[in-house]
Design a protein around this ligand. Structure first.
Ligand code: DGY
Length: 380
């Protein structure tokens, strides 16, 4: 039987309670656990309703606060690691599922699909879903790019959504992740990268199951909303760069289906607000830090102080830029963090205007081909 975990911060309580109810009603689930970041209004709403859900479904619903486990910013990583530890110390369940609490398209089939793959013997099951051509920009430009450049012949660059938080792990995967100090230290947004990396590095088998209707939740506004996530996801990859990963992992990806217009026609971020960003918040130190980059990149980036300039940041320029960042970026240094953010925004604007504009199919083919090309030009 399985434990289903929903880490949450402040969300729409109706959405969260619906999701808790769906999980508690599932025949494969013996317990549901909600893990809050702090005691706020969503926490209070769950506290009030959880016994009622348990009575109607005959499945206990527990509610706890996340522990302070890691040593980086306290965030999603502490929440998920609290769930793994709870599985091992408070239950004898042989599987754990994680789902974001704010998904409005969540349904019992998310749990069923993962259970079927686990019944077939897979150690880890990852949900993946269609995303709009301008969504997933950290996934493509940071995580999949980094996996391709650093571990080109492994399964890592072939994982569809390495930042996905919808997962199933068997108890032995949970034990390995709890025993892994790198994973336990990763208290922030870098946790998804660490879970993906550590499961593949340990040789656990991975099945990716396709959720056709997509993951409906709030999209971001201007890309600044994503700065913290960007920095933490890049720093997580950078910290792993000396690691070796074996090539033989059993990894299967489920066939996909035609993508609905609600996704192919969606714009993932506010382009107008984003266009202004690389021109803002400059200082002399950031200009100096640009000296380590190829001349064409340095000149192109600096031009943004006068007008939005991004035609130069194609996939080749980005791979060169990324390689310099892997060597030189310093997490926690405000100027490096701001420069990483500007470079990434410039890359996203280049991709949006040269590729995403040409349509959903074109952009998906382009992103996949780029990752595949990167695996041929490894930096290690
Ligand atoms: C990503 O890039 O996958 C982040 O979730 C932002 O969309």
């Amino acid at each position: 039987m399985s434990l289903v975990v929903f880490p949450f911060k402040t969300e729409d309580p109706d959405v969260v309670l619906t999701n808790l109810r769906i999980a508690a009603s599932h025949a494969a689930v013996s317990k549901v656990l909600a893990i809050g970041f702090e005691e706020e209004s969503t926490f209070a709403a769950i506290q009030e309703s959880r016994r009622d859900i348990a009575r109607h479904t005959s499945t206990p619903v527990d509610l706890i606060l996340q522990d302070r486990i890691g040593d980086l910013r306290p965030g999603k990583g502490d929440g998920m690691n609290t769930g793994l530890r709870y599985l091992l110390s408070e239950t004898d369940s042989d599987r754990i599922h994680f789902y974001d609490a704010d998904i409005t398209s969540f349904g019992p089939e998310w749990i069923t699909q993962a259970e079927i793959a686990a019944d077939r013997g897979y150690d880890a099951v990852r949900h993946f879903f269609p995303r709009s051509s301008t969504d997933a920009m950290i996934t493509w430009m940071i995580t999949r790019t980094g996996f391709a450049l650093l571990w080109p012949s492994t399964e890592l660059p072939r994982i569809e959504q390495p930042l996905g938080g919808e997962l199933l792990f068997t108890r032995s995967v949970a034990e390995a992740l709890v025993a892994d100090d790198r994973v336990q230290a990763q208290s922030n947004w870098g946790i998804d990268t660490l879970y993906t990396f550590a499961t593949v590095q340990s040789g656990f088998s991975v099945y990716e199951t396709y959720v056709e209707q997509g993951k409906a939740h709030a999209l971001y506004g201007g890309l600044t909303d994503l700065k913290t996530m960007l920095v933490e996801c890049f720093a997580a990859i950078q910290a792993l760069r000396g690691e070796t990963v074996g090539e033989s992992v059993n990894h299967e990806v489920e066939a996909t289906a035609p993508v609905p217009p609600s996704i192919t026609e969606k714009v993932g971020y506010d382009i107008e607000a984003t266009l202004r960003m690389p021109g803002q918040r400059w200082n002399d130190r950031q200009v100096e830090l640009l000296d380590s980059f190829p001349e064409a990149v340095r000149t192109g980036v600096l031009e943004n102080r006068h007008s939005a300039t991004f035609a130069f940041m194609d996939e080749e320029a980005w791979a060169d830029t990324y390689s310099v960042l892997l060597e030189s970026f310093e997490p926690g240094d405000d100027d490096w963090e701001e420069l990483l953010f500007k470079l990434w925004v410039i890359r996203v604007l280049n991709y949006t205007t040269t590729r995403a504009l040409r349509g959903y199919e074109h952009s998906q083919r382009y992103l996949r081909a780029t990752i595949s090309d990167y695996t041929e030009r490894a930096v290690l």
